[in-house]
Design a binder for this molecule. Sequence first.
Ligand code: XMP
Length: 523
Amino acid sequence: MDTSTIVILDFGSQYTQLIARRIREFNVFSVVLPCTAPIERIKALAPLGVILSGGPCSVYDPEAPAADPAILALGLPILGICYGLQFMTHHLGGKVESAASREYGHAEVNIIRETALFHGLPASINVWMSHGDHAAVLAPGFELTATTENAVAGIADESRKMWAVQFHPEVAHTPQGMELLRNFVLDICGAKADWTPEHFIQTTVERVRQQVGDGHAICGLSGGVDSSVAAVLVAKAIGDRLTCIFVNNGVLRKDEFAKVQKTMREQLGLNVVAVDASERFLSKLAGVTDPETKRKVIGNEFIAVFDDEAKKIFEAEAGLKEMGGEEVAWLVQGTLYPDVIESSSVHGPSHTIKSHHNVGGLPENMKLKLIEPLRDLFKDEVRRIGRDLQMPDEIIDRQPFPGPGLAVRILGEVTAERVAILQEADEIVVSEIKTAGLYKQIWQSFAVLLPVKSVGVMGDQRTYANTCAIRAVQSEDGMTADWSPIPYDVLRKISSRIVSEVRGINRVVYDITSKPPGTIEWE
Ligand code: XMP
């Protein structure tokens, strides 16, 4: 490949894909591979440099994820981050031990040697640390380049083109992290900035065209930016051999079923089949209160509806019947990287947080083959691609909405009545946030219906009704988030409108939890 490539070996950090994303912000192509990737696979990509990610384990643990140490002898520039530093130290003859004092959160780092990696950085930088082990003895040939009060923060053996830091330059909490990564990627590795949205669109369209051949695909539209961008990309590759299916799963927002159909047909020119399966979903959700079970039920049902619809579509295709009625079917999904990283360990050993419905809920006997063109991207990158595809702002700027819809915002059992209550409250939140001009600045703003009733008074009447929580967060990519300080007058308006207009809610509270330790959705 003549595109400049950086390989990132994943040792299981929740932040690994952030490294890839930072590198793509320099318009440089990067690939995340599991740390166990064979050395031949790495060499075949002809990378200009390798980054060893962080990870949750101890490098001296016999079960610890390990890369082939031959990676350290390739002669390529290598940057170790956190566990990556410890991996290099351990395998090159130094010693890694459990630290007397763990470092977690902000730390002050003193740069004591201006290496090529630290070029242009001030002598003291604020960084994000997250480690329990530290390098107690450096490997031969390595020099200490940076320290904190408690531990080694940076090492290098520039003659062997090896650098490593104990902190995380890829997270936003390390303000100079981008400069450091730029020094590595552009200056040390000499990568060219030739990976652009146009390039992504071109290569994806080409790949999909080859994958699908003269087959047919269906796409699950949710109305959100991800599935719409995925559909437009695939339609670009295979034209009208793509049929989009939009399912009413009974937990959509108010009037969404009609609105989305219209936008997708009229504005994006997509070929859309709309299926109202709300009763089918709600009957499967009856009595289910466990969040993971809800997600699995919806994921399974979703695919079941798709299978049924796909069968109809493909059976209607004359040629396919002659081919023996085979379901030569592809299913396009707008799965993004955060859905993947939190559901399973695709590239390495990271921990499961939630089964996101595009991923964890797929039944094993699924008959459709998957195309997920956005699987390695973050939301803001998808928006960049959507803009390049000249899709309307109304779609591109939509706040994310989870696959399992309002079901994960109705705590306890999901019933048609509770869905209707939440739809009304949600509509008020969205419209007031839009009126206040906050919709685009906020990552997500929505209502959550709690399984809590409380006493109130309305007119002269006692009420005993549901509580609704308002959640509004700011985030760059959904991986971490801060609760939004929505102005009091906007909150006041939302609260008074919900209590007076939505029958069934008599109390509104505001969620002031960041992620972590909370998640954005309540389930
Ligand atoms: P959490 O709640 O895990 O959410 O902090 C992170 C982001 O992902 C969205 N989300 C989902 N998106 N299928 C999706 O397509 C899902 O099952 C799902 N669950 C959560 C959530 O709205 C937030 O933007």
